[in-house]
Ligand binder design. Sequence first.
Ligand code: PMP
Length: 460
Amino acid sequence: MPPPRRAQRSAAHDLERYAGLFSARTREMKSSAMRDLMAITERPEVISLAGGLPDTSTFPAESFAAIMARVAVDSCAAALQYGPTEGLAITKDAIRHVMAAEGTEVDPEDILVTTGGQQVIDLVCKTLLDPGDVVVAEAPTYPGAVPAFCSYQADVVQIEMDADGMPIDVLEETLDRLEREGRKPKFIYTIPNFQNPGGVTMSLPRRRRLVEVAAEREILVLEDNPYGLLRYAGEPLPTLLSLGGEGYTIYLGTFSKILSAGLRLGWAVAPAPVLSKMNLGKQATDLCSSSLTQHFVSAYFAEGRWEPYLESLRELYRGRRDVMLDALREHFPAEATWTEPDGGLFVWVTLPPEVDTTDLLARALQRNVAFVPGRGAYLDGRGGASMRLNFSGVGEAHIREGVRRIGEVIGEQLELVRAVSGARPDPAPQAPAAPDPALADVLHLPRPARPDARRSDGSR
Ligand code: PMP
């Protein structure tokens, strides 16, 4: 039988046929590093340290079945129906509980339920950005925000973080410079808790100052906070919203990491005029978020077991984080640096500048292991020597093995580069006596806090 007509056309021919039809915006569109990898990492033989996947296998199947049965019995028609664009009151109630757990009180009127937190980023861009408008973001920034910024043709200015997150004095200098150029950012994008991908947390003084700067300069701040409740060490810090940032903060929350990413439910809290424009934007995008999953969330919170479940996730991820940090000390070269996050799902690793993690990924995939190359977290091509590693999505044995394999390909690439450039091979790695802050210069992120935990015999 001849193949269907579609399959006979070449990809090049298709591209040519449709090229003239696309909007100017599509020329700026970019794929997200993680999304590109999703198809590959779904293969069972691949150990993926690439995604930001919560471990949904920990959610008890019996609970899922019981909650779904309750939704079917109590709210079948409503769960199968459209809902209001702003979200169901029962969902907003659950959101208020979650936010209260982080010390943030909100009025249900100020909440917009969205299709994941990702939609908040999209709606904020849709609502605020004209082509060429400036957005200030952290460096590195959330790789999933990059395609949104590109789609809306933003001019993104990235500010390098250090161990305490975005330095606000550098932010202020940047804002001054932009002002001299006659440009004012439409918003500042920050992930204050356990930043994705950087793994660092914005300190309290910086949070306070950021809230002040936003008010003084009348600039909105998009506070992206999927991970605030996933803290494994240290004391919780207040949200920007709760620090008096109501006037200029757009807060992003999500159920993805504390319950389930498959629900596709997140939310925004924003000043009323901003929220109502975002509501209009959402009407055009999807009318409303899933009523079915909103009912699921409501029934789940009514059970009153969400906090113990969250505690079990914290315990699980804390253990996995520790295993990853341990494996990095054992298998990565002495020149590598990485962050030691107090929470969240990611470690950010910076390698010697001669390693290109985009090239490295191809080699790693041949060994059936994946990570997110650092360039995906920048809009200007930087980040080539860095990578994001996730420790929540796979079990401890896989984390160890995945890190071991990546360490192996890094070693090979370093050897190759040094052989080609004539540099002498590295001496056997030594356990460093003390943290060397100069080594953090590549991306201004901190040295591992416990370098002395490397094996004292120098083996790795
Ligand atoms: N913001 C950040 C910083 C994230 O890490 C993620 C998920 N990886 C999101 C937003 C969006 O998540 P979701 O759409 O699943 O709520």
